[in-house]
Ligand binder design. Sequence first.
Ligand code: UD1
Ligand code: CA
Length: 465
Amino acid sequence: MEQFCTAIILAAGQGTRMNSRLPKVCHRCFGEPLITHVERGLDHAGIENAIAVVGHGQEIVKPLLSPETQPVEQPVQRGTGDAVRIALETAEIPDESIVLITYGDIPGIRPATYQKILARFRKEQADMVLLTATLPDPAGYGRIVRENNRVAKIIEHREASASQREIKEINTGVICCTAAVLRKYLPLISADNQAEEYYLTDIIELLNRDSGIVLPEKISDTWEITGINRRAQLIEFEQSWYKQLRKQLLNQGVTLHDPALFKAGPWVNWGQDIVLENSVTLVGETTIGSGTRITGPSRIENSTIGEQSTIISSQITDARLGNRVRVGPYCHIRPGTSTGNDVRLGNFVEIKMSRIGNNTNVSHLSYIGDAILGENVNIGAGTITCNYDGYKKHRTTIGDNVFVGSNCELVAPLNIQSGAMLGAGSTITSDIPADSLGLTRPRQEIKQNWVKEHWKPRKQEETDQ
Ligand code: UD1
Ligand code: CA
């Protein structure tokens, strides 16, 4: 049986060099908070348990955490060793559990890298595995002091001698060991150093004294281990990802007509023969199906777009769209929306929290909220679901093959059964049975010659006023 694994994300620091009121891990990278990328990386690596150590601006950090991440408070930031100790004391982690320590400000670590460290730890029965990297400019980082391909100790930059500062191999911060090892050695470290902090990295020397095995796992892609400390670094980190992604996408069958205007994060899934034009931004866990064309400005966030679909100048958030769906221009699809195939959501249409069946059209100027629409429904221009009574939201249900004339108000809660038809301009307040016509339109009057007898056109100077 595989050992249970818990991740500890250190995120209590302020991030002074960001020059910000916002805690560092809340700054957005690829459209999402830094810490969200770390959570995703761990989750995709199959590590389901995560604890985040929060401190500075925790009231802002906590609401951004995934519901699966357990926050633990470190009231005073007394170093990485102290942060891990608090996590172990607060969250009940069994001694035999593997603990993977990472930071909230290293958003680039790939799931495969986390998996590699865990696999190495399990295979070699090491006491600890550290993720290391060789950097041309290692200033500021803890240096790896090696002995026979093992790590003898980590010396923090501040404490390092001139010759130790020559070492180019650094500690990325990602460390894997058991909870038992941390429980044994953390109480033994002191804050007797330049920073007056409890350095987590001091436990390595102690482990070695007890003949422990500490192995370095070296990573070659140094982009992954970039720690974000300054805004310039954040932007550089993003740009270097975009550059690499654009090249990769063009090679794998995605056409980017305006590569400089295109942005997508690392969690996007790509089909083939996708065409992107103008400014397109894809955020979070978004999937774009094969043969789909998107023209910008469009922003798609945590959504799935099926195959052969067309999105024109629209914003889509937390939604799932089927195949051959046409969206826009200027459509706003809000969280909780899903559609079948061959759906049309046209210009100036807003959809929220609704399910829309196959072949259904909402083509112009409509608001559909908290609704379920069946198949082959036609929603006429300007139709609005009146879903909110000032206190509560109410549902609208529309069956298959319903025809809603233009400019109807559907006052929820409402059930329009299959095959019904609503006359244009109606305000519908009660349920409509199947195959029936609902109409609230006042009867039209015609007064012959009324205009001629009652109304004279104004003179030009009067009209101008
Ligand atoms: C740390 C490592 C160093 C490594 C470097 C990589 C130690 C002692 N040093 O140094 O070897 O090369 O990261 O970037 O571990 N944090 C808390 N509570 C605290 C202190 C820090 O949660 O009391 C968090 C910070 O928010 C940050 C992370 O831990 O996310 C690292 O802390 P930081 O102070 O940046 O450590 P470094 O000095 O950079
Ligand atoms: Ca740092």
